[in-house]
Design a protein around this ligand. Structure first.
Ligand SMILES: Nc1ncnc2c1ncn2[C@@H]1O[C@H](COP(=O)(O)OP(=O)(O)OP(=O)(O)O)[C@@H](O)[C@H]1O
Length: 253
């Protein structure tokens, strides 16, 4: 499945939150979205999830304009894990993850063993199977974050949108979620603040003030000049002696 954002613009209270953003997501690609606070990353994710209508431009899924698609059809293809995703507290973890199956259910297609299998697999993938029967309200912040990702995986999308998915996670779970994201074989757009983690993406889109500043392979675009201009930091690069990979270190000017 391909996703294209064409000249997207979004205004709120007379202010451009996004302006002229165009990008295309290839099947199986992991595209990282980076930019300072308030640069428009969450706004862009909501537009390409079909949750907010752009003021200008359009989003196309496999060439078809998303604006003409019923929400349910979009939800079968695209799942979003928002930054401040909320879930009612009076629900078990398993039932919260099962909500991800909603776009696939109707009177002619009631809950089945196939749905159970999707939910169980999603819980295993985020290392939460042991908490399936716990009350949501008892989860830690990081466990909730992983459960939100499980719900998105249970949705069985072709495109997964993640808004800062490593927030709240301890370092081991940060690494396991990032590896999972890379191994899913899905097209992924992931907003990240950790630029060293972002280096693992296939490509990066850099936003500043609602405009796309750069788009391309991380090695090619995250250079000292861009980091100074967009993030206002001085960056130096170290080479990890263990595997020769590039590690960035950031200093104030
Ligand atoms: N409902 C709203 N009303 C007013 N301004 C808004 C609203 N939603 C977003 N904004 C503004 O739009 C801009 C972009 O916000 P957005 O959440 O998309 O940025 P972001 O890059 O995801 O930021 P962060 O890294 O801090 O999560 C910000 O300046 C924000 O204050």
């Amino acid at each position: 499945m391909t996703l294209e954002a064409i000249d997207l613009g979004f205004r709120l209270r007379g202010r451009d939150l996004l302006d002229g953003v165009s990008l295309a997501l290839a099947p199986g690609e992991v595209l990282g979205l980076v930019g300072p606070n308030g640069s428009g990353k969450s706004t862009l994710l909501r537009l390409i999830a079909g949750l907010t209508r752009p003021a200008r431009g359009c989003v196309r899924l496999d060439g078809a304009p998303m604006a003409t698609m019923p929400q349910r059809q979009i939800a079968r293809r695209i799942a979003l894990v928002a930054q401040s995703a909320e879930t009612s507290d009076r629900i078990t973890v398993r039932d919260a993850v099962a909500l991800g199956r909603t776009p696939w259910l109707d009177a002619l297609r009631p809950w089945s063993a196939e749905d159970d299998a999707h939910v169980a697999r999603a819980l295993r993938r985020v290392d939460l199977a042991h908490l399936a029967h716990r009350d949501w309200s008892t989860l830690s912040g990081g466990e909730r974050q992983r459960a939100h990702i499980a719900r998105a995986l249970a949705q069985d999308p072709q495109i997964l949108l993640l808004d800062e998915p490593t927030n709240h996670l301890d370092i081991r779970h940060q690494l396991s979620i990032l590896s999972l994201v890379g191994d899913l074989g899905l097209s992924v757009v992931v907003a990240l603040h950790d630029l060293n983690q972002a280096m693992r993406c296939d490509r990066l889109a850099v936003l500043q003030g609602g405009r796309l500043q750069a788009l391309g392979p991380p090695d090619e675009i995250l250079d000292a000049a861009l980091l100074a201009r967009v993030f206002g930091v001085r960056a130096t690069t170290l080479i990890d002696p263990e595997d020769g990979s590039r590690v960035m270190r950031f200093l104030p000017f």
